[in-house]
Design a protein around this ligand. Structure first.
Ligand SMILES: Cc1cc2nc3c(=O)[nH]c(=O)nc-3n(C[C@H](O)[C@H](O)[C@H](O)COP(=O)(O)OP(=O)(O)OC[C@H]3O[C@@H](n4cnc5c(N)ncnc54)[C@H](O)[C@@H]3O)c2cc1C
Length: 431
């Protein structure tokens, strides 16, 4: 089989790149092939919270989150495909005893507003008005992004892949890449269990398996797979929340939307019969958790805001799916400390997954110097889903030799770790 571009990995990055590459390819002449060893969204993407926040400390990443949110929000209107987008708002909360976190959140808000992100500083009183029943001490503050929310990760991956196929891309599922064909320093294709897929350019977007695959070509990048755990509680409904669904108070429903969102006809709430989220997404720097409702399954997800010290997976295939009871206890307590309605909610499952970390908690994207035509897209450090539309566009721009406008390639360059003393205490999730 021959292709102009071969992409390894059918997670959100692989399919986003396939879609943008297929949009640029001359139909019938230049083909895009995606190889996925099992099924689409089998890796981190399928287990993702897929929270869409724009609250970042780095301007370049915040700008990508802004642009990608716009792409996700308008996806249904543009394509007719449903990805479960809900604009429930995102709150990043810092407590009164956290002066450093309060200052960080305030600095971030200022920077984000300077690049057109609709976010604002709100105080404890306003947080309580926005999320009835929430427990916040006076002196707490939050960054409030009314336009943020989440998508359904599996539907999103499937929708991107389906669109890519309508533009001529081929997705080959159940085909594992085993290595690369390289001639005179240039990539000639991907070796698979079913033979060689010849390609002029190869993109490795294999999530936590990326390091292992690149090692077959003698390329060693600082990618570490760790095992985050998540717990779920039943999402509160009208009864559990004392006669009213949490967050469906008029004060929340009527939270004003940013002007550019109202004016943009592509911006839509895309829930297709699903109940709305019971409350906004919370990133809780005080209690150290994040949470988001998953209305499709009637559950609310809780994860840790930190992954330093998380269990390292030498072999991503050996993921222990059994979530530790200590984590379940912690998740219940942390969530109920902020939203007491959850004290009465039943457990609704747990999951373990993979984050692929880099030393500075930012992805590695771009051509590797050792093999011409070979690109890597990995290391999203637990916060990549929200950025996928920008990644897809920017990587396609790289592949087609266009000026890269979707992100700053130097920021993500694989070369940034070469010989350097890589920072090891980067803030988790780029906060
Ligand atoms: C529990 C959890 C919660 C998260 N929450 C959020 C969130 O709220 N917001 C956010 O923005 N991000 C979040 N993330 C992070 C986000 O999901 C990831 O950054 C993103 O999904 C990474 O996508 P990917 O395509 O790079 O990798 P993956 O989704 O892991 O995809 C890699 C694919 O490559 C395939 N593959 C591997 N080896 C081969 C091979 N040899 N040949 C062919 N195919 C191969 C795998 O089967 C897999 O399908 C979360 C992640 C997890 C695990």
């Amino acid at each position: 089989m021959k292709a102009r571009i071969a992409i390894v990995g059918g997670g959100v990055m692989g399919v986003a790149i396939a879609l943008e590459a297929a949009l640029r390819a001359r139909q019938g002449e230049e083909s895009v092939v995606l190889l996925e060893r099992t099924t689409l969204a089998a890796g981190s993407s399928g287990r993702s919270g897929a929270i869409l926040r724009q609250h970042y400390s780095q301007r370049v990443v915040a700008a990508m989150a802004r642009d990608s949110l716009r792409a996700y929000a308008g996806f249904h209107a543009r394509t007719g495909r449903w990805i479960g987008f809900q604009r429930c708002g995102v709150l990043t909360i810092a407590g009164p005893a956290q002066p450093e976190e309060v200052a960080l959140v305030e600095r971030n808000i200022e920077m984000q507003r300077s690049i057109g992100i609709d976010t604002r500083r709100i105080e404890a009183r306003e947080i309580r008005a926005l999320v009835p029943g929430i427990s916040v001490d006076d002196g707490a503050i939050a960054a409030y992004e009314p336009g943020g929310g989440f998508v359904d990760p599996v539907r999103t991956v499937e929708a991107f892949a389906a669109l890519a196929r309508t533009r001529g891309a081929i997705t080959r599922l159940g085909v594992a890449a085993t290595g690369f064909a390289v001639e005179r320093g240039r990539v000639r294709g991907v070796r698979t269990e079913e033979g060689l897929v010849e390609a002029e350019q190869v993109v490795v977007a294999a999530g936590p398996w990326t390091r292992r695959l690149l090692l077959t070509a003698g390329i060693d990048l600082p990618l570490t797979a760790v095992r985050p755990e998540q717990h779920f509680l039943a999402m509160p409904g009208p009864t559990a929340a004392g006669g009213r669904a949490l967050g469906l108070e008029p004060s929340f429903e009527q939270a004003p939307l940013p002007p550019q969102v109202d004016a943009d006809p592509r911006f839509s709430v895309d829930a297709e019969g699903e109940p709305p989220a019971a409350h906004p997404v919370l990133l809780d720097l005080e209690h150290g958790f994040y949470t988001r409702c998953e209305p499709g399954s009637g559950r609310t997800r809780v994860g840790k805001m930190d992954y330093h010290g998380a269990e390292v997976l030498e072999d991503p295939d050996l993921l222990d799916e059994q979530v530790r009871p200590g984590f379940v206890r912690w998740a219940r307590e942390a969530l109920a400390a902020r939203l007491p309605v959850y004290e009465r909610q039943r457990d609704a499952g747990s999951l373990a997954g993979w984050y692929t970390l880099t030393p500075d908690a930012q992805a590695i994207i771009g051509a590797v110097p050792q093999v011409e035509g070979l690109l890597v897209v990995s290391g999203f450090s637990g916060h990549g889903f929200k950025l996928a539309p920008s990644i897809g566009e920017g990587v396609a721009q790289l592949l087609f030799g266009e000026p890269v406008t979707a992100f700053e390639p130097e920021f993500f360059s694989p070369l940034r770790f070469a010989g350097a003393q890589a920072p090891s205490s980067a803030k988790a999730f780029g906060l």
